[in-house]
Design a protein around this ligand. Sequence first.
Ligand SMILES: Cc1cc2nc3c(=O)[nH]c(=O)nc-3n(C[C@H](O)[C@H](O)[C@H](O)COP(=O)(O)OP(=O)(O)OC[C@H]3O[C@@H](n4cnc5c(N)ncnc54)[C@H](O)[C@@H]3O)c2cc1C
Length: 438
Amino acid sequence: MSGTQRLPARVDVAVLGAGLAGLQCARELVGAGLDVVVLDPADAVGGRVRSEHVDGFTVDRGFQLLNPAYPAVRRWVDTSALGLQPLPAGVAARLDGGTSRVADPRREPRLLPATVRGALPLLRGAPAAARWGRPLLTRDHRGLVGRAARTRPDGSLRSALDAHGVRGDLRRVLDAFLAGVVLDDSGETSDHFALLLTRAFLDGTPSLPRAGMQALPDQLARGLGERLHLGRAAVALRSDDAGATVETEDGPVEARVVVVATSGVAAASLLGDSVLPPPATRGVVTHWWALPGDRVDPGPGLLHVDARSRPTGPLVNTAVVSAAAPSYAPRGQHLVQASALIGDGREVPDEATLRRHAAELLGAGASGWETVARHEVHDALPAQPAPLAHRRQQVLGPSLVVCGDHRDTASLQGALVSGHRAAGAVRRLVGAPAHGRR
Ligand SMILES: Cc1cc2nc3c(=O)[nH]c(=O)nc-3n(C[C@H](O)[C@H](O)[C@H](O)COP(=O)(O)OP(=O)(O)OC[C@H]3O[C@@H](n4cnc5c(N)ncnc54)[C@H](O)[C@@H]3O)c2cc1C
């Protein structure tokens, strides 16, 4: 719904932000029979999960993947309706001695011969990596952090890998792979968060919906109907014991409770840094190219990382995305993505630098690549340093609740869980049952 509809003057709950957290919160509150309005300045739902369609290609706003094994995705998302296209459960790592392709033999039996060859240089580091990953022996996603905490207090990923003696090629592969997931190559990310992510990778195969990642928030928004007001931002906010007032350019909306479901940075600017300090964030640039079918051997669409002691470029990963997700490119063409970290004073790499590094890792020539899109996302993820502080406080007053990935883990899983927790908090504040009249 666009900003041409009239805003209601008074509702039970105003949700500010139609990212995954706001959408999950709003749909649960609607299910509880509450009168809800959702405001978002963007022209579509999704927040950081958006897709574009360019000349027959589908590109997401920054390369990202949906792991169907996330407990929140299992619980609240109808993944069968998304037409998921799994990426191979493995990685192609450029090592000092050549490229190793390693994949989970249970899920990628077709890659077994390559995996046997590729694993050889990594075997030396395997016992140490297994010691680091011992808490992963539990399959209980929720219990994992508790189990990890019993064996070791949370610290930085770097110090945990050092302490367990993970070194050499396998260490560089782990570092390179995880840097692309948490968008941090400093090693300062929480060890326990890295374990949680690794558990999710072991349990599920990250995938891309047929229509692009946008299909995920589109599904969550179904059912909100006229409650959803796009193209409308909250410009100011007041809340006290009696309720909340959200100011918009089209007039105020009064609510019994307001849920600030924006990013942490936007929430801090709405509420003030003293109420909610802005989180440190991580950024990424993703460049997307079209390649004619004969320009690159697409292979199975593995994620390629540069795990050499001296990488020759800035990429955290690259992949022929259309090899795993054919719906992302027109027939006869390939879609390649390459991503590099930005922020922390780094220079944002230009197209040619990204292309040369991607071509080298993919074993392709660097000519004939046509840009499809480029996304620089400066606040892509809240930093997740140790100690892991998920389940952070969300109720900030009798009529003020916040949610978003900055209140849980920096992930789709964290955003959904945070939205769910916010809905529970609102129901308690207004005294509504989980399932309402409507
Ligand atoms: C490039 C990239 C790659 C990623 N890869 C992965 C991945 O592979 N796996 C994974 O699990 N996670 C990944 N993530 C993280 C994941 O996308 C986020 O954690 C999640 O989408 C955050 O959702 P959210 O609802 O908390 O916030 P957001 O998506 O930021 O939603 C906040 C919403 O608030 C709106 N808003 C802002 N200001 C206002 C205002 N004043 N009034 C009203 N509304 C407002 C915004 O327009 C936005 O729609 C990635 C993120 C990026 C950017």
